[in-house]
Write a protein that binds this ligand. Sequence first.
Ligand code: GLC
Length: 739
Amino acid sequence: MGETNAVMSPMQGSTDAAVTARVEALLGRMTLEEKIGQTILFTSSDTITGPTGARADLADVIAKGNCGGIFNAHGVANIRRYQDLAVKKSRLGIPLLFGSDVIHGYKTIFPIPLGEAASWDMKVIEASARTAAIEASAGGLNWTFAPMVDIARDPRWGRIAEGSGEDPFLGSAIARARVLGFQGEHLGADHSSILACVKHFAAYGAAQAGRDYNIVDMSERTLREVYLPPYKAAIDAGAMSVMASFNEVNGIPVTANRYLLTRVLRDEWGFKGFVVTDYTGINELVKHGIAADEYIAGKEAMLAGVDMDMQGGVYLDYLKKMVDRGDVSVAEINQAARRILEVKFKLGLFDDPYRYCDEAREAALSRTPEHLQAAYQMAFESLVLLKNNGGTLPLKLGGKIAVVGPLAEAQSDLLGTWSAEGYTHSPDSILTAVRKLNPNGEILYSKGCDVSSGDESGFEGAVKAVENADAAVLVLGESADMSGEAASRSSISLPGVQTKLLERLKKTGKPLVIVLLNGRPLAIERESSLADAVLEAWHPGSKGAEAVADTLFGKCNPSGKLPVTFPRNLGQVPIYYGEKNTGRPFDPANPCEKYKSKYIDCPNDPLYPFGFGLSYTTFEYSKLRLDHKTLDPNGSIIASVEVTNTGEREGAEIVQLYLRTHSGSVTRPSLELKGFQRVTLKPGERREVQFRIGESDLVFLHSDMTWGTEAGPFEVFIGPNSRDLQSEECVFTVAPGRQ
Ligand code: GLC
């Protein structure tokens, strides 16, 4: 029997001082081995999310106090058993953390994070994370390996699906919303507050050639201005764990990168939580080529600032020896154990190691009507209407509609990558949802082809169905396993013969609507030209099919906007909004001009730009103006614009504000998103939308790599996306003395 009852008195509140006192008291009673035990994280055998499986001696390791946490264990009964081993068998009964990848839902699955980002709606994104936290904590978990905030600008990279797209401003806002959703106002506030783990620090999304785990090599300027802000936003929002990424940054793998893990994270940003590696990240330092063996790898990681070893067993095997040899100090071990114990105290695990183990709560809080409604709302707001020629959409209810394509009957694929416990329930397919919505209609179905095979034998059946219908919905795209981890693609075209099927169906002359299910931007220039309408649905989650059907038939009016650029083809990649001018900027007014930064075989502009998305109504922007032309010290400028719903039905518009720095000591992006607001307007309704611009919006890295502002001038643009912008010469400068 462990000395559990001797461990601590009931928590005197989770104030930092109280926690610190309790941590120090506990540390003072721990042996070196027990402190090392806190730095160890192993997977359970329930789910394996990496190259190595669960240890055979896991129960023994836990009972000896040689483990600080378990991940991938699911279900209260199962987690309780693990917790019993730690609390009742080990000498001091220190409770375990239980982590898992609750990325976009636990039992109720929300759209993939890239789809959530397309909503640009921080309230529903926070609600999504909150719902996930409620269900995951009811399932015994107290730690999620989320939010994933990696900026990504290469759609070949499969994990672009897990993040918030290409922009640091939008990505930072979403990072904040997700941390608040997972942790609540403060960590451990109640038993639905779970520890957030911001990942993958850092710049994992810049993997060269979009190939997962590949090297990352970029300037300090790009790293700090584009890739780091969302991690900092998550930490500023209170995230108390950070996951080190697999990749190297500029020659040093992050798992051994003291500059990032200590200098930036701790010294500059004041991060107080703990750093955990990614799956066997320490062991992989040997393969990276910066450690001759795992002993050295472990030393490099500990000295760089890694507190917890996920699944590698390196800290378990070697930390004691490192201390004996003087390669690592007891103080460093104490620091790592302290950070982990502080989080456990804040989570309330020392007052009640089983506070997250409540079978009744588990049964009551999974897939509740409220959770499913939240998933529906998120799914609906994630949909992006990319094309709608001649009002093809919305379709008339009760008509004769053909639903074809390899994903029309897809169910689990709708859940996308990293769908946690979503497999426990099959969502409706889009075909089923369309049928349910049209009880009096005639819905013809034919698959037409598979997602990836070259088999065209189903084409004729699809042609027949479409020929007999008034219009056709083609559900095309990628299966869930074609994005996510270790799922980079060397092509971003529609897989298989899906495009050929579309070309064949085009000959029927019937209106064609594409519903795209995908985990990344796809190069759909040809498909988009052949279709009359295109609805981007990502992998939309447990209630995605209903949201798609309701949107196709006009029950809902789509409002989503792209969080990532859709290129015309892979040759344009990397392509993102706000690219710098260069010394020979391409002039769209003179496309044939030679000696300009352009391609000879393709336009520079993307197929669909960042921030783009249509509605079933139309919006007009007018009267863009600034209330000042000079930004005074500690002052601000109000930019305002009038937005009018000029269409026939109510709709929501995401009004976007961008800034352009006309000149400075360094070259700057041609546009930077600095604000967005969602407004819902009735037909004919006009509203003035205001944005406050302050000095903090103008800060960038000077040529000497110090942060600050400069005189400008700065130009303000406002509009419905990063391309169709109004400026009307709205320019301001920064008053001297504040730069
Ligand atoms: C995986 C992923 C990471 C995940 C971890 C645990 O390799 O890179 O995102 O949180 O392992 O499953």
